[in-house]
Every structure is written in structure tokens, then in C-alpha cells.
Design a protein around this ligand. Structure first.
Ligand code: SF4
Ligand code: SF4
Length: 89
């Protein structure tokens, strides 16, 4: 299984793109919505789903959840640092 994006809900914020440890989410130039490319590399970490502000992604985390990466991103946002990294990077 891989994460699933419900594009009708997506607002194109790019947060899922930033946290995906395998960088397999892009924002489509056609409709400005997130989509998963190379889905076979999805590890179901759940980071994208945790990060999405509008619950447009469904994932069933089976691994680390990359929660460290999500928390780090939020902390970096508070500290105004750029280019936060996921724990899997
Ligand atoms: S579940 Fe993890 S690996 Fe899969 S698309 Fe989301 S962030 Fe990327
Ligand atoms: S985090 Fe959610 S709303 Fe933002 S780009 Fe990804 S799927 Fe779309």
C-alpha cells in the first residue's frame, strides 16, 4: 500500500512535499495539487498525512512515522530556519 492523496481536498500548500523522506510527492503544474510519483518508493511513514492541514492524504503508518521530521519542521518554522530535514534524510 501507498499513501493516497485526495486531490479534490488539496490546497497545494506543499507541506507534504517538504516532509516526504523519499521526495516522491510533487505539486502538479497542471492543477496545483499534490500527487505521488514513484509510488513504489512510499514507505507508508505517514509524515505527509500528519502534515496535511486539510486531511487530503490517507496513510497507514507502519514505520517510524517520521514524526521527528514533522516536529522538527514545526520547530524550524518557529525558529524561522529554512530547509528542515526529515529524520529519514
Ligand atoms: S507516507 Fe511517507 S513515504 Fe509515503 S508519500 Fe507520505 S511522506 Fe512520502
Ligand atoms: S499537505 Fe495536503 S493540502 Fe498541502 S499540498 Fe499536500 S495534500 Fe495538498
Amino acid at each position: 500500500m501507498t499513501a493516497k492523496i485526495f486531490q479534490e481536498k488539496c490546497i497545494g500548500c506543499t507541506w507534504c512535499v517538504e516532509v516526504c523522506p523519499h521526495q516522491i510527492i510533487i505539486i502538479s503544474k497542471e492543477n496545483n495539487k499534490a500527487e505521488i510519483i514513484n509510488a513504489k518508493f512510499c514507505i507508508e511513514c505517514g509524515a505527509c498525512a500528519l502534515q496535511c492541514p486539510v486531511e487530503a492524504i490517507r496513510s497507514h503508518p507502519i514505520g517510524c512515522g517520521c514524526i521527528g521530521g514533522v516536529l522538527r519542521k514545526k520547530i524550524n518554522k518557529i525558529l524561522r530556519k529554512e530547509n528542515p530535514k526529515s529524520c529519514c534524510n
